[in-house]
Design a protein around this ligand. Structure first.
Ligand SMILES: *Cc1c(COP(=O)(O)O)cnc(C)c1O
Length: 371
């Protein structure tokens, strides 16, 4: 059965910008320059300007952006990094890849984001970094997190993988904390035609370290200062991202409209908890996530109506087999992070994106009314 309303029409963004993207890709193919170079420099400048930040260092994907940013902050074996208990597993894996320990903290129930009031209790002498995630595109409450970090001499790395263009107190995400890690995975709000990522920062030392780390630990060819990585942004992806970046604000306006209609039409439904956006926050609406105690029934009703939906995320990191081993900085037990677990049981993401047509959105609204 074909889905009448797909969760996300991933090809639609290419269809809309086909001539511009084709020309950009063609330009790279004919340039004969296939690693780093001008296209990558241009994207880095454009994205730094967009975010209102001094430096953008591109890398191969979002996980590497997180991992290398932590490495640039000197996170290593035995260090602790505070992470949300409810996030995509990449946030935790980046910490583990440094040999460090992810220390989970529960979210504010209404916003799904790291609860600043719970962070202090998780800080130990080994804590190095606080790593809030702007989950579903909605910025976490950064002011108290930054204040706490300053007070304890910690760095703040934000996971902005879902929050391109989102604003906290009027300012775009990108330069609030010490660094922000970005993913341009195709399904993100700013998505490449394959894997891509970046780190933005106002700290020249972090930016410089990242440029060395992403390129074999080398500044001068065949001279290796540190044991680095191969994590460079592909120039073809950079060229495509430059095209898409020009349309990001227009596409954000379409997402805002979709969210506003859901907010209005679903508000009276007593069986749903809708997203809550506090004052001073502009969400990027990467996902529109509702909560219900009858999540399975809701998803089944949508499926029957030919409507796609997804669960972000069905298993919290501490319950994943990947973190079941004692000694992986875990040994967590079920029930230890009850908010993360109830969210995993109740959340459902409705169709959302700049190419969701209003008529399609009404089918979602009507299917929910009939559930
Ligand atoms: C997508 C995502 C990542 C990882 O990005 P990749 O480019 O897939 O490596 C990290 N954190 C969050 C919150 C994400 O949504």
């Amino acid at each position: 059965m074909s889905t009448a309303v797909p969760f996300l029409d991933i090809q639609a963004s290419y269809r809309e910008l086909k001539s511009e993207i084709d020309a950009a890709v063609q330009r790279v193919l004919e340039s004969g320059w296939y690693i780093l170079g001008g296209e990558v420099d241009t994207f880095e400048q454009d994205y730094a300007t967009y975010c209102g930040v001094q430096h953008c260092v591109s890398v191969a994907n979002g996980l590497d952006a997180l991992h290398l940013a932590l490495r640039a902050m000197d996170v290593g074996p035995g260090d602790e990094v505070i992470v949300p208990s409810n996030t995509y597993i990449a946030t935790w894996l980046a910490v583990s890849q440094c040999g460090a320990i992810p220390v989970p903290v529960e979210p504010v129930e209404g916003t799904y984001n790291l609860d600043p009031q719970r962070i202090a209790a998780a800080i130990t002498p080994r804590t190095k970094v606080i790593l809030p995630v702007h989950l579903y595109g909605q910025p976490a409450d950064l002011a108290p997190i930054l204040a706490l970090a300053r007070q304890h001499g910690l760095k703040v790395l934000e996971d902005g993988a879902q929050a391109h263009g989102a604003r906290y107190q009027g300012q775009r995400i990108g330069g609030h904390g010490d660094a922000v890690a970005w993913s341009f995975y195709p399904g993100k709000n700013l998505g490449a035609l394959g894997d891509a990522g970046a780190v933005t920062t106002n700290d020249p030392v972090i930016a410089d370290r990242l440029r060395v780390l992403r390129n074999y630990g080398s500044r001068v060819k065949y001279v290796n200062e540190v044991q680095g990585y191969n994590s460079r942004l592909d120039p073809i992806q950079a060229a495509a991202l430059c095209v898409k970046l020009k349309h990001l604000d227009a596409w954000q306006a379409r997402r805002d409209k979709v969210a506003a209609l859901y907010n209005k039409e679903l508000a009276a439904n007593q069986r749903l908890v809708l997203p809550m956006v506090p004052a001073g926050i502009d969400s990027a609406w990467h996902l529109y996530v509702v909560r219900s105690q009858d999540r399975e029934g809701l998803q089944a009703a949508l499926t029957r109506a030919g409507i796609g939906s997804l669960i972000h995320y069905p298993i919290p990191p501490h319950k994943q087999q990947a973190y079941a081993q004692a000694g992986s900085g875990s040994g967590y037990v079920a029930g230890q992070f009850p908010l993360a677990e109830v969210m995993a049981d109740e959340v459902l993401s409705l169709p959302m994106g700049p190419h969701l047509r209003e008529e399609q959105q009404w089918r979602v609204i009507e299917a929910i009314a009939a559930w």
